[in-house]
Design a protein around this ligand. Structure first.
Ligand SMILES: [Cu+2]
Length: 360
């Protein structure tokens, strides 16, 4: 497609937490400033189509339908109006390396949307980044994504429009490696998220606050404070400085708050593969299982050889662990008082799962 001249962005954020937004805004500026040269490769150009053909693939097709629509999330009895693909998170999409995903996205929002397949190496016109790789999916319209998923790994998907990924519009995309030897008995998909939508504000409200400059007053030494939905001067030694700009009242694990935690059950002694995804917009998480050592096996789908990690937007960990009395996920930020918990009870001791919380 030929990118049409884009409207001038009304903001340009460079804070880490809004990286996706800022990349989109930078691309928009670039498009507005330069008329596309005739010899540029277009997102759906012959070169892209040729590369996809050369990938070959298995020919096996997995289909999915994602309907983006307003919904209400149950947060331990409290309700939060949000936007989601049915549930939060969306049902896992799983296929084998080299298989083709055909995903129809229906937009029942009163806003443009798209779906970006985070981390996946895929044909450019299916990357879901309006207005660069496609035009936005308008309200009431739908779009058919179709691409080969070449590399095994733990990926996820979310819109690449505005701050929609900070709502409930996300889910896991898992590409299995048919050649992998395995060596584990179970697999848990764990999606971490920082949450405010429908509780304290909407992500668009917060973006308006940040755009007004209230969240960009770092450099106050050890001082930090909350102002509205933004943070000033929040720092983290672990992160080496800035710990984010947005106040989140909740951290969710697979769409569940601490008062109604997601629960996994593992048998004593078995090995479990954890597929961990950080869907948070402005939060890095530390993740631990009490009394156990996590072994990082892969990040971003590729083998990795270290023993500890902070899960951030650039490092997904497929951790494998011996099981496990409980697991905690908590943010390292200096102003994040609420930890979440995944309660796990060995099946040999079917007592009520324990929930573990620690003060920050
Ligand atoms: Cu992403």
């Amino acid at each position: 497609m030929n990118p049409s001249p884009a409207p001038r962005p009304r903001f340009l954020l460079t804070r880490r937490g809004f990286l996706g937004v800022s990349i989109g805004a930078v691309a928009t500026v670039a498009l507005a400033a330069c008329a596309p040269a005739a010899n540029w490769v277009q997102p759906d150009g012959a070169q892209v189509q040729g590369a996809e053909r050369r990938r070959g693939g298995t020919g096996k097709v997995t289909t999915a339908t994602l309907t983006a629509a307003p919904t209400v999330l149950d947060l331990a009895g409290a309700t939060a109006p949000t936007w989601a693909f049915g549930s939060v998170p969306a049902p896992v999409i799983r296929l084998g390396a080299g298989d083709t995903l055909k995903a129809t996205v229906r937009n029942q929002l009163e806003a443009d949307t798209s779906v970006h397949w985070h981390g996946l190496a895929l044909r450019n016109d299916m990357d879901g980044v309006p207005p660069v790789t496609q035009q936005p999916i308008k309200a009431g319209a739908s779009f058919d994504y179709e691409f080969i998923a070449p590399d095994p790994g733990t990926y996820w998907f979310h819109p690449h429009v505005g701050v929609q990924l900070d709502r409930g519009l996300y889910g896991a995309l898992i590409v299995e490696d048919p050649a992998e030897p395995g060596g584990y008995e179970d697999e848990w998909v764990i999606i971490l998220d920082d949450w405010l939508d429908g509780v304290t504000a909407t992500p668009d409200d917060v973006l308006d606050e940040l755009s007004a400059g209230m969240g960009d007053m770092g450099g106050m030494g050890d001082m930090f404070m909350r102002m509205g939905n933004t943070l000033m001067g929040a720092t983290s030694d672990l992160l080496g400085g800035d710990a984010g700009d947005v106040y989140y009242p909740l951290y969710l694990v697979n769409g569940k708050p601490p008062a109604d935690p997601t629960q996994f059950t593992g048998r004593a002694g078995e090995k479990v593969r954890l597929r961990i995804i950080n869907a948070g917009s402005d939060t890095a998480f530390r993740l631990a299982i009490g009394g156990h050592t996590l072994t990082i096996t892969n990040t971003d789908g590729f083998p990795w050889n270290r023993s500890k990690s902070t899960a951030s937007s650039s490092a997904w960990a497929n951790a494998t662990t011996r099981s496990l009395p409980w697991m905690t996920a908590r943010s390292p930020s200096s102003l994040r008082p609420r930890a979440n918990a995944i309660a796990v009870s060995p099946s040999s001791a079917p007592a009520a799962p324990r929930q573990h919380r620690r003060p920050m």
